[in-house]
Design a protein around this ligand. Structure first.
Ligand code: AMP
Length: 510
């Protein structure tokens, strides 16, 4: 099926339900949303020659038009390439070229940025800005078919380029069936959705937050783009109060900022029904603080572009099960396999390991990507017998709870022993003077690698190596303690807020 059928159905069944909101202002109901998708799609076909199977890049900031454009492209059987608006135009151009994009849907800012790197863009690629008069005409010309073009379950729908904390990004091919399976898991493993709900896009629609649009379209819920277009903790808290029944995806750094803002305002996140977090490690100290300040509104997911939002989840019931003897262990985990997924741990020989043993995390199921775009080598390395090798390291317990240690390339091998940076980071973060920390391995003639902790102190703190060392001694094995501390003003992060360990390692070499 074509996933855009969900929009067509909601347009028919709930025509007057509010669909697209800018802040609290309703811009379109479901009838208008579906009509716009159909007529913009017809325009893309007629004026730009977009045919089924073509790839269309979306390179723009969050807006309600973003959602119209996604569905317009699917309506005519083409596929989207969602590109984070914060990428450099050269990086975006590289992606467009690699994917053979026929058209880029942009806003005026990103159009200007792309125009400056014209020589890097594919020759055949055209551009259409959602800020243009031409786009507004398409939005309202009432053309288009009442139903999206039927397509095959395995047709390409979403070609997403991995954030590439190392090397060139790879294009992850997701089919309509992948997106449907992922979306249905939301209902079984993450949260309920009804027409009363509002999904808030405070993180880029091009990434995880945007992938939660589907189930909210299916259930005819509201789609809210904050007026700031991005993440502003105070704006989110205010929108929660105004809109009520809000669900949002937030990276762990966003959760921390929300918690800080809620504390300052003396609020608990009223109206924010569900905050789904994931995409990077949530430290135990942080989630406990978040629950203490904001209460039980958190759900964790673990996934990756290659199996988006859907490998495991830790629903709110486990966050609330404080009497369980292994409560803290579970809270520090990423939960259990989502309904349609299988998860296993394999050793260096590729064979499955028993519960309790640490190895590479592998996942299998209908959410796992079709493969990487035009990259046989990466496909052969990553997909084996339907199992996705995640490149993450962790272990399962006897009940199936998965605990992540680290990305395999981040594991530090010191004196022949594996040290998982996450453990060191968790320990340091329990110190009240440590605001953020990232532990990395730095080459060392004696040990092979040593643990170096890159620490961002709390404002005003002057804590030093010695104090942190004695703190670590009280929490983790001696050999895991950082041999060096480096104090930084901020940790380098990519556009999705993930700490760039590669960059930290480079800096330390210098
Ligand atoms: P991306 O493909 O950019 O979404 O990055 C996926 C990677 O982020 C995963 O392979 C993990 O290393 C990390 N990640 C995702 N979710 C979590 C989580 N809940 N806890 C820790 N790390 C996570």
């Amino acid at each position: 099926m074509n996933i855009a059928q969900w929009l067509a159905a909601s347009g028919r069944l709930h025509p007057h339900a509010p669909a697209l909101l800018n802040g609290t202002r309703v811009e379109a109901d479901y009838a208008a949303f579906a009509r716009r998708a159909a007529s913009i799609g017809a325009g893309l076909k007629r004026d730009f020659g977009i045919a089924p199977g073509d790839r269309v890049a979306l390179f723009m900031s969050n807006s309600t038009q973003y959602l119209e454009c996604l569905y317009a492209v699917w309506w005519i059987g083409a596929a989207v390439i969602p590109i984070n608006a914060k990428l450099h135009a050269r990086e975006a151009a590289w992606i467009c070229d690699n994917a053979g994009s026929m058209l880029a849907l942009v806003d005026d800012d990103s159009a200007a940025a792309l125009s400056a790197v014209m020589e890097d863009l594919p020759d055949a690629m055209q551009m259409l800005s959602v800020d243009s008069a031409g786009y507004r005409l398409l939005q309202h010309d009432d053309g288009g078919t009442p139903e999206p073009l039927p397509c095959d379950d395995h047709d390409l729908a979403w070609l997403f380029y991995t954030s590439g904390t190392t090397g060139r990004p790879k294009g992850v091919m997701l089919s309509h069936a992948n997106l449907v399976a992922m979306s249905l898991c939301y209902l079984s493993d993450v949260d309920q959705v009804s027409r009363e709900d509002a999904v808030l896009y405070a993180a880029p629609i091009s990434h995880g937050a945007g992938l939660y649009n589907f189930i909210h379209v299916r259930m005819a819920a509201r789609h809210v783009v904050p007026e700031s277009g991005g993440f502003d903790a105070n704006e989110v808290l205010t929108l929660g109060r105004e809109l009520n029944h809000v669900a949002m995806f937030a990276a762990p750094t966003m959760v921390r900022r929300l918690v800080d803002a809620a504390k300052k305002r003396g609020e608990i996140g009223e109206g924010l029904r569900t905050i789904v977090y994931g995409g990077g490690p949530m430290y135990l100290a942080d989630i406990r603080d978040a629950i203490a300040v904001m209460g039980q509104r958190f759900v964790q997911i673990y996934g990756q572009g290659e199996s988006p939002m859907t490998i495991t989840s830790l629903p709110r019931s486990w966050h609330a099960d404080t009497d369980h003897p292994r409560y803290l262990e579970r809270l520090a985990s990423v939960g259990t396999a989502q309904s349609v997924m299988q998860v296993r741990i394999t050793g260096a020989d590729g064979q499955p390991l028993p519960a309790g043993e640490t190895g590479e995390i592998e996942a299998k199921g209908p959410v796992v990507m079709l493969g990487y775009w035009d990259n046989d080598k990466a496909n052969a390395e990553t997909l084996q017998d339907g199992w996705l090798r995640t490149g993450d390291v962790g272990h399962l317990d006897a009940d199936g709870f998965l605990t992540l240690s680290d990305r395999s390339k981040d594991v530090i091998i010191s004196g022949g022993t594996n040290i998982y940076p996450r453990e060191v980071e968790e320990a340091l973060l329990t110190h009240p003077d440590v605001h953020e920390v990232s532990a990395i391995g730095v080459p060392d003639p004696e040990w092979g690698e040593i643990v170096v902790a890159c620490v961002v102190r709390e404002p005003g703190s002057t804590i030093d190596d010695a104090a942190l060392d004695s703190h670590c001694l009280s929490a983790i094995a001696r050999f895991k303690r950082p041999k060096r501390y480096v104090f930084l003003d901020a940790l380098p992060k990519n556009n999705y807020g993930k700490v760039l360990k590669t960059e930290l390692r480079e800096r330390m070499k210098e």
